[in-house]
Design a protein. Structure first.
Length: 368
């Protein structure tokens, strides 16, 4: 690949020339372990992708091969089970409508097929296990519907375990252990992003398959609850799992994260986990924001609503953005690759971080 060559064309803001040098149309496999296909310029309360011509064009331009999209219940007054089934059905309809641009990912081979066919693979995932109710057999329902990533908790506690903002840090419940066993049996990825430390460590130990932390930062670099301790990172990697670093404000104690913070957290994760277990889970989309001031006004309202609902995390403030200010838009993956190359990362290591590590891990869980 051309990562190192692109890095020689400093600065990365060089625009179209550096984009071409980075191999925008042939950058290998890029997999976002947690992200979205939506337009932040268009307000929406739905988690279902927004597959407008612009969103699709900018996703293709970014070189994205596949992305784990959040569907289903996260919080709010809706019935968790009904909301989750409804989102899956709506997204299935979108995939059928846009079959020339996207495909539904069920196996690792589907991500390779997305690359070969110049499509974007959509990985269906949950970020809260509340839709389980008290019935672990619901795992079978969602696995049959194509859900491939199951995050046990969001920030608060639920019936499976404690989230990162639950002060008791009580770990997995008995029901949580039952759900993990069922997820293992159905070859669904067990994701411990947003979990409390004990929940993560216990899940890694009881799971018969490697687990993932698809979008996080490193607490040793920035001490915030949404970031993972070295103990969590190390155990997940030692058991064959995957850690994705996000592009979120929690990467910097000021709440204003920059590209250099993403690189610092990736580098720390590589030191702790090894280069075969680290990737990216940006927690964002690739569509550029047109009016940052208008977006910030809407975001302040969203932050206030999250606080009122009790689902926000330490480090979220009205003046923080849920992205990295200088690492966004369709060129974000190429820019990150160039910055990693500048740091001395080889092309092979960069390719692992941008997608091949997640692909290998997914093949372990889902099959080829």
């Amino acid at each position: 690949m051309a990562w190192a060559a692109a890095a020689s064309m400093l600065p990365w803001e060089a625009g179209e020339a550096s984009t071409k040098a980075a191999g925008m149309t042939d950058t290998g496999i890029i997999i976002n372990a947690l992200g979205g296909l939506d337009d932040p310029n268009r307000g929406s309360d739905s988690l279902v992708p927004t597959l407008t011509p612009r969103v699709l064009a900018e996703a293709h331009a970014s070189g994205l091969t596949a992305v784990n999209i959040t569907l289903g219940y996260v919080s709010g007054p809706d019935d968790p089970f009904e909301a989750s089934v409804r989102d899956i059905a709506a997204t299935d309809a979108l995939v059928r409508e846009h079959e020339h641009d996207v495909l539904k990912v069920l196996t690792a081979a589907d991500m390779r097929r997305a690359k070969a066919e110049k499509k974007i693979g959509l990985i269906y995932g949950f970020q809260n296990g509340a839709m389980m109710g008290k019935d672990a057999s619901r795992v079978d329902i969602f696995a049959n519907l194509g859900v491939r990533v199951f995050q046990l908790t969001y920030n608060p506690a639920n019936q499976l375990g404690d989230g990162s903002m639950a002060p008791e840090n009580r770990g997995l419940t008995d029901f949580g252990r039952e759900v993990v066993a069922r997820l293992n049996a159905r070859h669904v990825m067990v994701d411990l992003s947003h979990s409390g430390e004990r929940t993560c460590l216990e899940a890694a130990r009881v799971s018969t398959a490697p687990i993932s932390i698809n979008h996080t930062g490193c607490r040793a670099v920035t001490d915030l609850p949404r970031n993972k301790t070295d103990a969590e990172l190390r155990l997940v990697a030692e058991r064959g799992g995957f850690v994705g670093i996000y592009f979120m404000p929690f990467l910097n104690a000021s709440g204003h994260a920059h590209a250099e913070d993403v690189v610092a957290h990736i580098d720390h994760a590589v030191q702790v986990c090894g280069e075969d277990h680290v990737g990216i889970g940006t927690d964002g989309s690739v569509t550029q924001i047109d009016d940052l001031k208008a977006y910030q006004t809407a975001l302040a309202k969203e932050i206030a609503e999250r606080r009122a609902a009790g689902i926000s995390a330490a480090g979220e403030r009205p003046d923080t953005f849920p992205f990295v200010v200088d690492l966004r838009g369709p060129q974000q993956f190429q820019r990150l690759a160039q910055l990693l190359a500048q740091k001395g990362y080889s092309s092979e290591r960069i390719e692992k971080i941008l997608g091949l590590n997640f692909l290998r891990y997914a093949q372990t869980i889902w099959g080829s």
